[in-house]
Design a binder for this molecule. Structure first.
Ligand code: AMP
Length: 274
């Protein structure tokens, strides 16, 4: 595996690459969720590129940019074991060229609901950095987790709207054995919060059982979820179709149930695709 730290080196290497390129953008502190994306890329491409870049422009001023977990040595080892060909770890100063850049903006409606409403500007930053990374890596296939469902949807829309010749591959959510969705931010949780956080996946699992039994009413499902998560500080529970429009009646195979909540200062998101 080759580690690349500069834009110039990446561009020089990219010019010489032939064959399909699978790309997995991450912010590091790699866990089994990231690994599943990398394995998917490895299984379906000639060349695998992973990036680790904690992108400052997608964090709001009060968020955890400064303390976002960093595990560079472990991350390199993981990538090596997963047979990644190129690991791109750029500096902030090389990815951004000042405060007055040409910007890509999240769409006014779907980019400013749910996560976009709670974290205004977040998706602008995500799209900005992903577009830069796409332009540098020029992947055939790019792998994103359903864990960040709205991000995945907006990146797919960017690819479509800007005519980028990249196939976006949606990857399943990876969970701990007890149901907690893997996240680099889980390390912030105290033991007590870690236990309380299980209510999130429990409430999502309940929705599957309810829908299987025939329940289709969003309000009924949301009320049941709220009961299960009564100890948590819920930011939102939303039931949307795949266009991220809120729906009153659940449509099987076209519904995403989303949760954002806080445990102390730690913000967790999770979702279930029904
Ligand atoms: P991050 O490092 O948090 O920016 O995530 C990088 C990629 O990994 C994104 O596409 C995420 O959606 C994906 N990802 C994060 N957690 C999980 C998970 N538990 N299961 C599947 N994919 C995940």
């Amino acid at each position: 595996m080759k580690i690349i730290n500069t834009i110039e080196e990446l561009q020089a290497i990219r010019k010489k690459l032939n064959g399909s390129i699978g790309f997995v953008p991450t912010m590091g502190a790699l866990h089994d969720g990231h690994i599943s994306l990398i394995k998917n890329a490895r299984a379906n491409n000639d060349i695998v590129v992973v990036s680790i870049f904690v992108n400052p422009t997608q964090f709001l001023a009060h968020e955890d940019f400064d303390k976002y977990p960093k595990r560079d040595a472990a991350d390199k080892k993981i990538c090596e074991l997963c047979k990644v060909d190129y690991l791109f770890m750029p500096e902030i100063s090389s990815m951004y060229q000042g405060d007055d850049e040409v910007l890509v903006k999240a769409p006014k409606i779907s980019g400013f609901i749910l996560e976009g409403e709670k974290r205004p500007g977040h998706f602008d930053g995500v799209l900005q950095v992903v577009l830069k990374l796409f332009n540098l890596v020029q992947p055939t296939n790019a792998y994103f987790g359903k864990k960040d469902a709205q991000q995945l949807s907006l990146i797919s829309q960017m690819v479509k709207n800007l005519f980028l010749p990249i196939n976006i591959v949606e990857c399943e959510i990876i969970r701990e054995a007890d149901g907690l969705a893997l996240s680099s931010r889980n390390v912030y949780l105290t033991q007590e919060q870690r236990k309380e956080a299980l209510a999130i996946s429990k409430s999502l699992n309940m929705t599957i059982i309810s829908v299987t039994k025939g329940e289709r009413d969003s309000t009924t499902i949301k009320n049941k979820m709220q009961e299960i998560m009564s100890n948590l500080d819920i930011e939102y529970i939303a039931i949307v179709n795949k266009n991220f429009e809120e729906i009153q009646t659940i449509e099987v195979k076209n519904t995403i149930i989303l949760i954002a909540c806080k445990l102390g200062n730690t913000r967790l998101i999770d979702n279930m695709w029904i």
